[in-house]
Design a protein around this ligand. Structure first.
Ligand SMILES: Nc1ncnc2c1ncn2[C@@H]1O[C@H](COP(=O)(O)OP(=O)(O)OP(=O)(O)O)[C@@H](O)[C@H]1O
Ligand SMILES: [Mg+2]
Length: 245
C-alpha cells in the first residue's frame, strides 16, 4: 500500500526541502520506490539537493499546462536506484492546481511506495494538497517564532481533519559530548502538540551536502537522524535520540 506524505511547516526556511530530499533518499536506500513531488513553484531546489541539476528536461509546470504527460515530467535521480523527482516549475506564475497535483500523486501510487510532497508557502491551494496526504510531517526548528507558526498550522490542519501529523524538530543545535542541549525539546513538542517522529541536529554537513548535491555520508549525524525517521515511517520501532558524531 503506497503512502502520500506531505512535508510542511508554518514558516519558511525551516528545512522542508532538505527533509523531503533526505527522508526520500533514506526510504529509497531501504529499497522503497520513492518519488518527490516538488511544489515550490518558481523556486525549485530539489534538483540541486539531489545532484541532478542540469539533467531535468521537464517539470510539473509543463504537465499542468498540458504539454507533457506526468511520466515525462519525472526525472530519475541517478545516485539512487529507487528515487525519482517531479521538479517544480521555474515559472512562479503557474498556479498550483490542487486537483491536478492530487491526481498526479494518486496516479503515482501504482508505481511508487512513497510519494513525498515538498510543499511551499501557505495558501488555500497548498492546504488542499496537504489534506490529500496520508501522513503530514510538520517541520519546525526549536526557534520560538517557528514553533508558534508550526503550532498554528498544525491546529488549522487538525480542524480540517488532518489528524495524522508527526513532528520533526530540525536544526537542533547540539553541543558536543557533556555540554548541554540549548533548547527544551519537550516544550517544543507540547507547544506544537503533535507526536514527535524525529529530531535532526543542526549540522553543517547537511547544508554542504545539500548545496553540492551530494548524499550525506552514512555515518554522519544527519544521515542517522533521517534514517531513523524513515524507519519510523516504515513502522519500525526506533528509539528517539539525538545522534551526536
Ligand atoms: N538540520 C540542518 N542542519 C543544517 N542546515 C540545515 C538543516 N536543515 C536545513 N538546513 C539548511 O537550511 C536552509 C533552508 O533549508 P530548506 O531549503 O530545506 O528549507 P525550506 O523549508 O524548504 O525553505 P523554503 O521555505 O524556502 O522552501 C538550507 O540552506 C539547508 O541546507
Ligand atoms: Mg523548500
Amino acid at each position: 500500500m503506497s503512502q502520500i506524505i506531505a512535508v510542511t511547516a508554518g514558516k519558511g526556511g525551516t528545512g522542508k526541502s532538505t527533509t523531503s530530499a533526505n527522508i526520500a533518499s533514506c526510504l529509497a536506500y531501504q529499497g522503497k520506490k520513492t518519488l518527490i513531488v516538488e511544489l515550490d513553484f518558481g523556486l525549485r531546489c530539489q534538483d540541486i539537493i539531489l545532484g541532478i541539476n542540469g539533467n531535468v528536461r521537464h517539470d510539473i509546470g509543463e504537465y499542468l499546462e498540458g504539454k507533457i504527460d506526468i511520466m515525462n515530467a519525472t526525472t530519475k535521480v541517478e545516485r539512487s536506484e529507487n528515487l525519482s523527482l517531479v521538479c517544480a516549475t521555474k515559472n512562479p506564475f503557474i498556479e498550483i492546481n490542487p486537483e491536478k497535483i492530487i491526481g498526479v500523486c494518486e496516479e503515482m501510487r501504482e508505481y511508487f511506495d512513497y510519494i513525498i510532497m515538498d510543499t511551499a508557502g501557505i495558501g488555500s491551494s497548498v492546504f488542499s494538497v496537504i489534506k490529500a496526504a496520508d501522513l503530514i510531517l510538520m517541520v519546525t526548528t526549536p526557534d520560538t517564532v517557528c514553533v508558534r507558526d508550526g503550532a498554528m498550522l498544525s491546529d488549522f490542519l487538525y480542524v480540517k481533519n488532518c489528524v495524522n501529523q508527526r513532528l520533526i524538530i530540525n536544526k537542533v543545535p547540539v553541543k558536543f559530548k557533556d555540554e548541554e542541549i540549548l533548547y527544551d525539546l519537550d516544550e517544543v513538542m507540547d507547544t506544537v502538540g503533535i507526536p514527535l517522529i524525529g529530531v535532526v541536529p543542526e549540522d553543517s554537513e547537511i547544508r554542504v551536502c545539500g548545496s553540492k548535491g551530494k548524499p550525506l555520508p552514512k555515518g554522519s549525524a544527519g544521515f542517522k537522524a533521517y534514517d531513523s525517521i524513515s524507519r519510523r515511517i516504515l513502522g519500525e520501532k526506533v528509539p528517539l535520540s539525538i545522534n551526536i558524531d
